[in-house]
Design a protein around this ligand. Structure first.
Ligand code: AMP
Length: 194
C-alpha cells in the first residue's frame, strides 16, 4: 500500500466542549506525524478545519472534496494539497470514499452521522472492505453505541455487522487498529452499485 489515507468525518461546528476541538487537533497531529494523508470534506470551519490544519501543521498531506454550493458556507480551505470542487454531495462522498483506505468519524452532527452510516452500510453491502471507526470523545457517542447494541439485541442489525464499526475513546489505539485492518482489506471497491 502507498501512503495510508484516512477519511475523517466530523462536525462543521466545534461543539460546546473544548475537548472536541482538542481531539480533532490531536487526530490531525497523529495523521501528520505518521506521514499519512487526510481525506475530508474540504472545509476550514469547525472540527473539519481543526483536523485539517493540524495535519498540515504536522507535515501531513490533505485532500479536500467539497461541493461548489458549500464553498462559502463551509469555508472551502484554500491551503490544501488538493481541493476538489465537485458538483454534488454524492460526488463528494464517493470521491472521499474512493480516496480513502479507512474511515473515522469524530463528533459531529447530521452530516457526520449520515457519512458514517453510509460508509458502514456500503461495507455491509460489500461495496468496499475498508475499516470504519468512531472516536468516542468525552462520551459524545455513548448513547449511539448503546442504541446500536439495542438494535442488534432486537434483531434489526445483524450481529456480524456490529463489530465492523470499531469504536474507542483513545485516538492512538483506534488509528492503529484502522491502519492495521486497512492493510488486510483486499477486495476492490465497487461503488458502481450505489
Ligand atoms: P455536520 O456534522 O452536520 O456538521 O456536517 C459535517 C459535514 O457533513 C459537512 O461538511 C456536511 O456538508 C457534510 N454532509 C455530508 N452529507 C450530508 C448530508 N446528507 N446532509 C448534511 N450534511 C452532509
Amino acid at each position: 500500500m502507498s501512503t495510508f489515507s484516512l477519511c475523517v468525518y466530523c462536525g462543521s461546528k466545534v461543539g460546546h466542549q473544548p475537548g472536541y476541538e482538542a481531539a480533532a487537533r490531536h487526530v490531525g497531529t497523529l495523521i501528520g506525524e505518521r506521514g499519512w494523508q487526510l481525506v475530508y470534506g474540504g472545509g476550514n470551519a469547525g472540527l473539519m478545519g481543526a483536523v485539517a490544519n493540524a495535519v498540515l501543521a504536522a507535515g501531513g498531506r490533505v485532500v479536500g472534496v467539497i461541493p461548489k454550493s458549500l464553498m462559502d458556507r463551509e469555508h472551502g480551505h484554500t491551503g490544501l494539497h488538493e481541493l476538489h470542487v465537485v458538483d454534488t454531495m454524492h460526488q463528494r462522498k464517493q470521491m472521499m470514499a474512493e480516496r480513502a483506505d479507512a474511515f473515522l468519524a469524530l463528533p459531529g452532527g447530521i452530516g457526520t452521522f449520515e457519512e458514517l452510516f453510509e460508509v458502514w452500510t456500503w461495507r455491509q453491502l460489500g461495496y468496499h472492505d475498508k475499516p470504519v471507526g468512531l472516536l468516542n470523545v468525552e462520551g459524545y457517542y455513548d448513547q449511539l453505541l448503546a442504541f446500536l447494541d439495542q438494535s442488534v439485541a432486537q434483531g434489526f442489525v445483524p450481529a456480524a455487522q456490529r463489530p465492523l464499526l470499531q469504536s474507542s475513546a483513545d485516538a492512538v489505539d483506534l488509528l492503529e487498529r484502522l491502519a492495521r485492518d486497512a492493510k488486510m482489506a483486499t477486495a476492490p471497491d465497487d461503488y458502481r452499485k450505489i
